[in-house]
Design a protein around this ligand. Structure first.
Ligand code: 5CA
Length: 177
């Protein structure tokens, strides 16, 4: 088996410590973005776990969101969960909190504990893929693995708060390739 780079190793070690069998793989192609990762893996973009860091405008606290690759985080909704205005974190803040550079941020093995949310749409799939510390490292996991590894609250992260009921009953998205 190929030797993993240090960041990918850190992710693999956390997986093993949790008693899970997911295996980190470093691919020859770039998996820097959700789209590139889906193409390299051969899965739907919606099956990619997008790892996003936001920051509370008042408190400066870090907020982590594991989102389905095809979803856009509704910042109004995230603001409600966080209890304050939020903004996208800077690349430096992302690295400080997670220990990973943008493009390789894993949903686990972060340097600092963060308030975390998991996009409920990710629970629709039997198989997910997430970044594993570098722009070409990924691992396959199930939604159950994700909720076990991350202490995040499973929530809806799309749509606006007033249409919550409508969104909740919306049909399955066809996987975008
Ligand atoms: N390796 C893939 C998933 S396997 C990956 O990391 N995709 S991602 O979507 O989780 O990470 C890219 C995300 O980083 C983008 O969606 C974007 O929200 C964020 N990002 C990109 N550039 C910046 C930037 N300059 N500052 C803050 N966030 C950024």
């Amino acid at each position: 088996m190929a030797v993993l780079s240090p960041s990918a190793r850190r992710v693999q070690d956390v997986i093993v410590s949790a008693g899970l069998e997911c295996r980190v793989v470093e691919l020859p192609a770039s998996t820097r973005t959700a789209q590139e990762a889906a193409e390299a893996i051969g899965c739907a973009v919606s099956q990619i776990v997008k790892s996003l860091v936001f920051r509370g405008k008042q408190s400066g606290k870090a907020i982590f969101v594991a989102a389905s690759g095809s979803n856009r985080v509704n910042e109004k909704r995230l603001k409600e969960y966080a209890g304050e205005g939020i903004e996208k974190a800077s690349p430096e803040f992302v690295r400080e909190m997670t220990g990973f550079a943008i493009g390789g941020v894993a949903p686990i093995a972060h340097l600092q504990a963060m308030e975390s949310y998991i996009d409920q749409d990710l629970l629709r799939y039997s198989e997910l893929w997430a970044a594993a510390g570098t722009p070409n490292a990924v691992f396959r996991l199930t939604p159950a693995d994700l909720t076990q590894l991350s202490s995040g609250r499973v929530v809806s992260i799309t749509g606006s708060a007033c249409f919550r009921g409508v969104r909740a009953s919306s049909p399955l998205q066809s996987p975008a390739r």
